[in-house]
Write a protein that binds this ligand. Structure first.
Ligand code: BGC
Length: 444
């Protein structure tokens, strides 16, 4: 009886037909391409697939969510690179008394922080081009001209939305006397994953982030860069709104900082899967399907108190994970669990994870199906903590993509430090683009 009820609850996470989601995703994308109202966007990057022969030293900045990572990267050609120097700092540090993610902080302060980090990795005696990966939706008019559309993933820094990102960064660099650094490329992190993956694997046609946030980009054959080549497009897949949600999705959305937005991201990303699990476990405890919490002050009662790592521990369930799970139960106010109660937790975790895997596979399939160059559409470059750390996440997506496929298999490629490597490759590509014609003096 108890298990039947648990099964019934977990079944509300079932994605019955991947094909239906793929079709809905394709329709939404088509609408966005036709400029009709859609939950997906068509945000041009002005970049195309790299050749793999790009070379040179670049400063690469990854402005993701919680940390800023700055690297000095040497691109060596033939898809090879070396990280010469790197530095990373959190955007908020209570012990150091700063929080650049809060509404009281400004874009100016944010970029001053970035400029200070840049100063730490470079050799001040030479010029550098800089590539910036900025992991938020941006409206772009050129590779180096981008304005933030809105914050996602709970960043709330003031005086940044709608502002020109290159100007803010350039001003901050000038402010520190870093006149020899030229920001030449500003890209979304999905574009960075694409560029990093395609630098060493020529058949990459989709780039994605499966981490704290979620999003995907792809190369669209019908849209071209200034040089007439197929352009990579950021579609802000995290906002896709046609994947059917359940009661827990509604609860999560209602209590989120941006209700009604980023519905897909709220189903599949690291920031939200832990919260879905928390809501599910609380409901099961309320219905006496799990042992009651020991105290009314239990940690699990606090919104967003649960990270996605518990899903992985339950999924792996080895001896080390068992210890982590015991500590987790204790920390969140539960008594020790018997095996059958743990089994219920595992069912809950797997329901959330399997849904995310099926939804992401469906969206990748929609992008892999597109265009006339299907034969070369064989690889998806992916980065992010969920992809990297949740056991089986990537292999299960790969399995779903290849299930009914004949011909060469689709591969998922993990782009380690993709956000930095991709920023360097984008900066290098900018340097190879044809220059605008020189200004001709009128003949008098
Ligand atoms: C942002 C995307 C970003 C993704 C992954 C989302 O919240 O809207 O622009 O690519 O997170 O970092």
């Amino acid at each position: 009886m108890k298990y039947a009820k648990v099964r019934e609850i977990c079944d509300t996470f079932n994605v019955k037909s991947i094909k239906t989601i793929t079709e809905a995703f394709t329709d939404e994308l088509e609408k966005a391409l036709q400029n009709q109202s859609s939950s997906l966007k068509i945000l041009p990057s002005y970049l195309t697939s790299p050749s793999g022969q790009e070379q040179g030293d670049y400063i690469a900045v990854d402005f993701g969510g919680t940390n800023v990572r700055v690297m000095l990267i040497s691109l060596l050609g033939n898809g090879r690179y070396a990280v010469v120097k790197k530095i990373s700092r959190p955007l908020a540090d209570a012990a150091q008394g700063y929080d650049l993610t809060a509404p009281s902080a400004t874009g100016g302060e944010l970029f001053a922080f970035v400029a200070e980090l840049v100063e730490n990795v470079l050799n001040t005696k030479r010029d550098y081009s800089l590539g910036l990966t900025f992991s938020y939706p941006m409206r772009q008019d050129a590779i180096d001209k981008a304005a933030l559309i809105e914050w996602t993933k709970e960043l709330k820094t003031g005086a940044t939305v709608g502002m020109d990102i290159k100007s803010m960064l350039s001003q901050a660099l000038q402010g520190r006397g870093l006149h020899r650094i030229n920001p030449v490329a500003i890209i979304n992190d999905t574009i960075a994953a694409f560029m990093a993956g395609a630098y060493s694997h020529s058949n990459v046609c989709v780039g994605s982030i499966c981490g704290t946030g979620h999003n995907t980009c792809y190369r669209e054959a019908s849209l071209h860069t200034g040089a007439g080549l197929p352009m990579i497009i950021n579609i802000e897949a995290g906002n896709f709104s046609l994947a059917p949600g359940n009661l827990y999705d509604q609860l999560l959305d209602r209590s989120s900082f941006d209700p009604g937005k980023q519905r897909f991201e709220k189903m599949v990303s690291g920031k939200y899967m832990g919260e879905l699990f928390r809501l599910l476990v609380l409901d099961m405890a309320d219905q006496s399907l799990l042992p009651a919490m020991r105290t009314a002050e239990a940690g699990i009662l606090r919104p967003f108190a649960v990270g996605a790592e518990i899903l992985n521990w339950l999924n792996v369930d080895g001896p080390v994970e068992k210890v982590y799970i015991d500590n987790w139960l204790n920390k969140h106010g539960f008594p020790p669990f018997q095996d059958q109660d743990r089994a219920i937790l595992t069912m809950a975790a797997n329901a959330i994870l399997n849904r995310a895997i099926r939804l992401i596979a469906a969206s990748f399939q929609a992008l892999l199906n597109r265009g006339t160059d299907k034969q070369s559409r064989l690889a998806v470059a992916v980065d992010g903590s969920v992809f990297e750390k949740i056991a089986g996440f990537s292999s299960k997506i790969e399995m779903l993509l290849n299930r009914t496929r004949t011909g060469p298999a689709i591969a998922l490629i993990h782009t380690v430090s993709g956000s930095n490597i991709g920023a360097a490759v984008a900066a290098a590509q900018k340097a190879t683009l044809p220059k605008p014609p020189p200004f001709l003096k009128p003949i008098l």
